[in-house]
Design a protein around this ligand. Structure first.
Ligand SMILES: Nc1ncnc2c1ncn2[C@@H]1O[C@H](COP(=O)(O)OP(=O)(O)OP(=O)(O)O)[C@@H](O)[C@H]1O
Ligand SMILES: [Mg+2]
Length: 387
């Protein structure tokens, strides 16, 4: 059986009587303690031994005081919990110490039971923080694995199939080309899914680097519609683009916009049957909230949104299966797919719209969905004009 070693507490206190009382109480409760009579000794002990879980740190000491010991310890990034011990009149300083990273403080003279309760609480909190850090690290490792061990090989697979499809390894007939193309499309779907997952993670961790600048929405629409035209044709769907004159540039990250539009049209292709229609359109409006656009009630716009100048309305409308009205809001949540559509049968992870929402939010825009079940859906975005 693995035996858990006792938690180690470093008592940093220049008054031997107090240090001794602390030692007796802590060891009586199963902790292992060491004593440092001043700040220098405390720092030296911590440097030699990285196993300490908690430090009880007196604020006023000759030489390096407790505040300085705390600062130096925290600056090394050590995961030790610290409880400050303040004498009469130094409570304010103790509160300041908590801003620098101390878990708690106790005022002298202290009641031993209260001190023990605080020690236990600080250690439990430290463990919870460490668990959280470990979990975040594991998540990061997983995402790194996704991008390196899955996405990169997918690119190699797509490249190889493409060489065959182009007939560079020998002649291929139309049927073979169709199968090879469908294999490429499926691989690309997986790559998009991984990209969505990675970007959602980046947004969550505050590490998404967007390059928001004026960009031509018309150009981006033409590009994405052009890329998906062949897939639409293959599925017997009419994909059209309608750019109203006077559509201005928008303030957004062009690469993210390409991905957003790719996700929206990709969804429409997935959920629209043969002979259906998909229309992508853009137009400029003065300010939302006016009659020029009707924002559904369930959409919560940021404060002062309607006064934020001019916008371009970008919409993707299809004549597909549609989405029940009570699910229009939650389909933008991660891993959420509508109960009525055949989304699960058609693969997908429910990540595309979550990425779209996070990206549009970061452009200070709005995105929402409207639908009449059975008759089609329309996804609308309001993107701030660049000028
Ligand atoms: N145009 C649409 N028509 C009907 N339902 C849609 C449409 N767009 C989205 N949905 C519904 O919203 C769900 C969430 O869409 P989202 O793009 O987030 O995920 P997905 O397409 O299922 O998977 P992924 O995008 O991760 O490949 C879809 O599964 C589907 O139920
Ligand atoms: Mg999708």
């Amino acid at each position: 059986m693995i035996q858990k070693s006792p938690e180690k507490v470093l008592i940093v206190e220049d008054e031997p009587d107090i240090a001794f009382a602390l030692k007796l109480a802590l060891e009586g409760s199963g902790y292992c303690t060491s004593w440092a009579g001043d700040g220098e000794k405390a720092l030296a002990i911590l440097q030699d031994d990285s196993e300490y879980n908690l430090m009880l740190l007196d604020i006023r000491m000759p030489g390096i005081d407790g505040v300085e010991v705390l600062k130096r310890t925290k600056s090394t990034g050590r995961d030790i919990a610290v409880i400050m011990m303040s004498g009469h009149g130094s409570e304010e300083l103790a509160v300041e110490c908590m801003k620098i990273g101390a878990e708690d403080y106790i005022s002298k003279p202290f009641v031993l039971d209260d001190m023990l309760m605080r020690v236990e609480r600080a250690l439990a909190h430290r463990l919870a923080v460490l668990d959280k850090i470990r979990l975040e690290q594991e998540k990061d490792d997983f995402f790194l694995m996704l991008s390196h061990d899955m996405k990169n090989p997918m690119a190699a697979v797509i490249g190889s199939i493409d060489i065959m499809r182009e007939g560079r390894l020998g002649p291929v007939n139309d049927e073979q080309i169709e199968y090879l193309q469908s294999a490429i499309d499926s691989c690309n779907e997986v790559v998009t899914m991984i990209d969505n997952l990675l970007d959602i993670r980046r947004f969550e961790a505050g590490r998404m680097h967007l390059n928001i600048r004026p960009c031509s929405l018309a150009e981006i629409c033409r590009k994405v519609v052009g890329q998906l035209a062949r897939a639409a044709e293959r599925d017997g769907i009419t994909l059209s683009l309608n750019i109203e004159e006077g559509t201005s540039d928008v303030s957004a990250d062009p690469n993210a916009l390409i991905r957003i539009l790719g996700n929206l049209i990709g969804n429409s292709l997935k959920f629209t049957p043969e002979e259906g229609e998909i229309t992508v359109s853009c137009r400029r409006i003065k300010a939302p909230g006016t009659k020029s656009i009707n924002i559904p009630e369930y959409v919560s716009a940021p404060e002062n949104f309607s006064e934020a100048g001019c916008f371009v309305v970008l919409s993707v409308r299809d004549t597909g299966e549609g989405i029940p009205s009570n699910e229009l809001k939650c389909i933008f949540d991660r891993f959420t797919q509508s109960s009525s559509t055949s989304g699960r049968e058609r693969g997908g992870a429910g990540l595309g719209l979550a990425f779209c929402k996070l990206a549009v939010d970061s452009f200070r825009g709005l995105i929402w969905a409207e639908s009449v079940a059975g008759q089609g859906s329309e996804f609308t975005m309001l993107l701030p004009c660049a000028n």
